[in-house]
Design a protein around this ligand. Structure first.
Ligand code: C2E
Ligand code: MG
Ligand code: MG
Length: 711
C-alpha cells in the first residue's frame, strides 16, 4: 500500500480521465448499491431476517465509499481531494460498525449488541477526529503525487498525504475487526453451520488476499492502487447468492404453506359438508330429517309455481310395541328395512324424510291424470303394499301395518306447520279407524285434532283430579246366571263429559300414562269385586290390560301389589289381554302370564278374531278364556250357520277355554251363540256398562231373579 510510506490514496493525473480502474469502482459501487437496497428490502419484510437489513446497510455504505474513491481518482484539485478523502474515511468509520452488526447477526452471536457498541464507540471516536482534525483521521495534509501506472498501462492520478497520529489507531481498529471476523467464522464452523460458514470463509480469504496485497506486496514497491474495497464485492456476491437461496426457501415454504392451506380448506369444506349432511339427515336411515323436510317444504310452499302435491305422514302400526318387546336394535333394523322398501316405491323427485321415531314423511308431486285425492291414495297404496310382506329381523318375522295421513297441497295449508298438522291429523284419524289405512285430510278433521290436543293436555291431570271412573258390564252364562262383569274405564271430563276409552287410551299409551292409569283401574276393580254380595262368590271381574302394561318389566309386581293392597282374591280376577300383546315377544308375555296364573289369576284373550294372533300361539299361553269379538257376533242368526264362529268355539273348547261372546245385542244372536255352545255372553242385550252404584242395583235385581228361577 502506498499509504504505508506516503499515503494510502491515489494521485491525480490530468491526462487520464475515466480509466478502467475508475469504471470498475463505479460498477462495483452500483452492484453494492443495488445489492444493498435489495437486502434492505428483504430484511425489512416482516423483520424476519435482521442480518439482511444489516447487510443492506453495509452494502449501501460501501457503495458510497466506492463512489467517493472513484471521485477522488477523478479530481485534480488537492483541496477537493482532501475533502473527498475526509468524507471517504467518515464513511469507512460507519462501514466497520455496520460490518460488526452484520457479522454478529450472521454468525448468530448472542452478544452482537456489545460488539456493535464497542465498534461503534471506537469508530465513532475516529469519525469525530476525521471530521474535526485539520486533514482527516489518517492524513494531516494531502498533496498531489505521481500518477500510478497500472499493469495494463493505465495511469491513475494519485494523491499522497502525511500520516496523522491517528493513522496507526485507525488501521489497528480495522485489522482488529478483520481478526474478530475470523473468530466469528471459526465459531460458525464449530457450530456446524456449514451453509453460512462457507461463503463467509471465502469472503475472508479474498479480503485477506486484498489486505496482503495492500500491506505486504506493495510495501516497498511503486505506488499502486488497492483492491480492499473491491474485495468486499466478493461478500456482496456471496451474500446475494445466499439471499437468493433464502428467498427461494421462503418461496418454497410459502408454496408448502399454500398447499397446506389448500388441503386444510378442502378438509374444512369436507367437514362442513359432513356437518351439513348430519344436520339435515337422519343418522340411522340416512334419509333427510325433519329439519330438511321443513326447509324444503317451506321453500316449496313459498314458490309461486308450487305444483299440486301431497304430503303424506306414514306411521308404523305398533312399532313401539316391537321396540319395547324386541329391543331397540331390532327396532332400528326394522326402520332401516322399511326405509329401503319405501325408497324403492316412492315416486321420482319426491322427498322421503324421517320425521322422527317411526314416522316417515313423503312429499311428492301429484300426477295430473287422476283427481288429487285419488292419485295420492294410489301412490300411498303402492308404498304400503311394499311393506305388507313380513320383515325378517333376527329370528323374527315381523308383519307391520302402516297408517298414512295425507295432506293435499297447497290446498288449505299456507305454511309448513299447517301442512304438517293436516297430515298428522289425517294420520291420527287413520290410526283411530283401525290402523293400516290411509286417510286424506278434510277440514272437518281439524276440530277433532283440536279435541285430541285438548285431551292430551287434560289426561295428565285427570288422574290427580280423580276424573276417571269404572263402569261394569255384566256377563251371563247360557242359563242366564251372572258369572262376572267387565270393568270398563270412562273419563268424566269437566268440559267434554263422559269420554270413551277408545278415544283416550291410545293417547295414554303414547304418553306412557297408561301405566299409572292401569294401576288405578286394577286397584278400583279389585275393590269393586270385594264389594259384591256373597251370592256371587264365584263370579269374576274382568280387567282390561294394555299391551304396554304387559311389556313393562314390573307388570307382575304391579298387579300383585294392586291386588295385595285391596285384599282381593286373585282367583276371582280375569285379566283381559288383546291379541296385539302376543304379536311380539311371546316368550316374555307367556312367562309373566304364567307367574300370575300360579297366583290364581285367569287370563282372557279379548277381541279374538280382530287381530293378528294365530291359533298356534294360543297353545303357548296359560289362557282360560276367549272373547269373541263383536264383529263375529253381529251377523249371527239362529238358523244360519256361521262356520268361522263355530270353529272358533270348537277349537277354544278343545283347548279347554271358556268362551265369552261380546257385543250381544239381540235375542237371535244370543240363541245362535247358545246353539253353538258359547259359555257366556256380554252385551247391551243384558246391560250397557253401568256406573258402580247402578251396577249394584242391577246385580241385586239379577240375583233376585236367579233365586226365583232356581226356586
Ligand atoms: P273391550 O274390552 O272389547 O270392551 C268391550 C267394548 O264393547 C266396550 O267398549 C263396551 O262398551 C262395548 N260393548 C259392550 N257391549 C256392546 C254391545 O252390545 N254393542 C256395542 N256396540 N258395544 C258393546 P268401551 O267401554 O268403549 O271400551 C272400548 C275398549 O277400550 C275396550 O274394548 C277395551 O279394549 C278398552 N278399555 C276399556 N277400559 C279399559 C281399561 O281400563 N284399560 C284398558 N287398557 N283398556 C280399556
Ligand atoms: Mg275387554
Ligand atoms: Mg273386547
Amino acid at each position: 500500500m502506498t499509504h504505508a510510506q506516503q499515503g494510502w490514496l491515489p494521485s491525480g493525473v490530468d491526462e487520464e480521465r475515466m480509466t478502467l480502474y475508475v469504471s470498475s469502482q463505479l460498477v462495483a459501487c452500483g452492484i453494492c448499491f443495488f445489492a444493498g437496497v435489495h437486502a434492505m428490502l428483504a430484511g425489512s419484510s416482516g423483520g424476519r431476517e435482521p442480518a439482511n437489513m444489516a447487510f443492506g446497510c453495509l452494502s449501501v455504505l460501501l457503495a458510497g465509499y466506492l463512489a467517493l474513491t472513484a471521485s477522488i481518482y477523478q479530481t485534480d484539485t488537492v483541496a477537493l481531494a482532501q475533502s473527498l478523502i475526509r468524507c471517504q474515511l467518515a464513511v469507512a468509520c460507519a462501514i466497520y460498525p455496520a460490518a460488526v452488526w452484520f457479522i454478529g447477526l450472521y454468525a448468530g452471536l448472542l452478544r452482537w449488541r456489545s460488539w456493535l457498541a464497542l465498534a461503534g464507540a471506537v469508530f465513532g471516536a475516529l469519525l469525530i477526529i476525521d471530521l474535526f482534525s485539520p486533514g482527516g483521521v489518517i492524513y494531516d495534509t494531502v498533496v498531489k503525487g505521481h500518477a500510478i501506472v497500472l499493469p495494463w498501462g493505465e495511469r491513475v492520478p494519485d494523491y499522497v498525504g502525511v500520516r496523522s497520529r491517528w493513522f496507526g489507531v485507525y488501521f489497528l481498529a480495522k485489522d482488529a475487526i478483520y481478526v474478530w471476523a475470523i473468530g466469528c467464522c471459526v465459531a460458525l464452523w464449530r457450530r456446524g453451520s456449514r451453509e453460512r460458514a462457507w461463503p463467509f470463509t471465502l469472503y475472508l480469504l479474498v479480503q485477506g488476499a486484498a489486505a496482503i496485497h495492500s500491506d505486504v506486496i506493495n510495501r516497498d514497491g511503486e505506488p499502486t492502487v488497492t483492491y480492499e474495497a473491491l474485495a468486499f464485492l466478493a461478500l456482496v456476491l456471496l451474500m446475494g447468492d445466499r439471499l437468493r437461496r433464502d428467498l427461494q426457501h421462503r418461496t418454497e415454504a410459502l408454496a408448502r404453506n399454500l398447499d397446506d392451506l389448500c388441503t386444510e380448506t378442502l378438509r374444512r369444506q369436507n367437514v362442513e359438508a359432513d356437518l351439513r349432511h348430519l344436520a339435515y339427515h337422519d343418522q340411522l336411515t340416512g334419509l333427510p330429517n325433519r329439519l330438511h323436510l321443513y326447509e324444503h317444504l317451506h321453500e316449496q310452499l313459498a314458490s309461486a309455481t308450487f305444483p299440486d302435491s301431497a304430503l303424506v305422514m306414514f306411521d308404523l302400526d305398533h312399532f313401539r310395541t316391537i321396540n319395547e318387546a324386541l329391543g331397540h336394535d331390532a327396532g332400528d333394523l326394522l326402520l332401516k328395512a322399511v326405509t329401503g322398501r319405501m325408497l324403492a316405491a316412492v315416486p321420482a323427485d319426491s322427498l322421503l324424510a324421517r320425521h322422527g321415531g317411526d314416522e316417515f314423511a313423503l312429499l311428492f308431486m301429484l300426477p295430473a291424470d287422476l283427481p288429487p285425492s285419488e292419485s295420492a291414495h294410489r301412490i300411498v297404496r303402492e308404498i304400503t303394499h311394499r311393506l305388507v310382506a313380513p320383515f325378517g329381523i333376527g329370528a323374527h318375522d315381523l308383519a307391520i301395518g302402516v297408517s298414512a295421513g295425507i295432506a293435499l297441497l297447497p290446498g288449505m295449508a299456507g305454511d309448513v306447520d299447517s301442512a304438517l298438522r293436516q297430515a298428522t291429523v289425517a294420520l291420527h284419524r287413520a290410526k283411530a279407524g283401525g290402523r293400516n289405512a290411509a286417510i286424506v285430510f278434510e277440514s272437518t278433521m281439524q276440530a277433532e285434532a283440536d279435541r285430541r290436543l285438548l285431551l292430551e293436555k287434560g289426561l295428565r291431570v285427570a288422574l290427580e283430579r280423580n276424573e276417571f271412573e269404572l263402569h261394569y258390564q255384566p256377563q251371563l252364562d247360557r242359563y242366564d246366571r251372572f258369572v262376572g262383569a267387565e270393568a270398563l274405564l270412562r273419563w268424566r271430563h269437566p268440559e267434554h263429559g263422559l269420554i270413551a276409552p277408545g278415544e283416550f287410551i291410545p293417547i295414554a299409551e303414547e304418553s306412557g300414562l297408561i301405566h299409572a292409569i292401569g294401576i288405578e283401574v286394577m286397584r278400583r276393580a279389585c275393590m269393586e269385586r270385594e264389594s259384591w254380595p256373597a251370592a256371587c262368590a264365584d263370579a269374576r271381574i274382568s280387567i282390561n290390560v294394555s299391551p304396554w302394561q304387559l311389556f313393562s318389566p314390573d307388570f307382575v309386581r304391579t298387579v300383585h301389589d294392586a291386588v295385595g293392597t285391596t285384599h282381593a282374591d286373585p282367583r276371582r280376577i280375569t285379566i283381559e289381554i288383546t291379541e296385539n300383546a302376543l304379536l311380539h315377544d311371546l316368550e316374555d308375555v307367556a312367562y309373566k302370564m304364567r307367574e300370575l296364573a300360579t297366583l290364581g289369576f285367569h287370563f282372557s284373550l279379548d277381541d279374538f278374531g280382530s287381530g293378528y294372533a294365530s291359533l298356534g300361539n294360543l297353545k303357548k299361553l296359560p289362557l282360560h278364556e276367549l272373547k269373541i269379538d263383536r264383529v263375529f257376533v253381529e251377523g249371527l242368526q239362529p238358523d244360519t250357520r256361521d262356520p268361522f264362529t263355530e270353529s272358533i268355539i270348537a277349537i277354544a273348547h278343545e283347548q279347554h277355554l271358556h268362551v265369552v261372546a261380546e257385543g250381544v245385542e239381540t235375542n237371535p244372536q244370543r240363541e245362535a251363540l247358545a246353539a253353538l255352545g258359547c259359555d257366556a255372553i256380554q252385551g247391551f242385550l243384558i246391560s250397557r256398562p253401568l256406573p258402580a252404584a247402578e251396577f249394584h242395583r242391577w246385580l241385586e235385581r239379577q240375583l233376585a231373579q236367579q233365586c226365583v228361577a232356581s226356586d
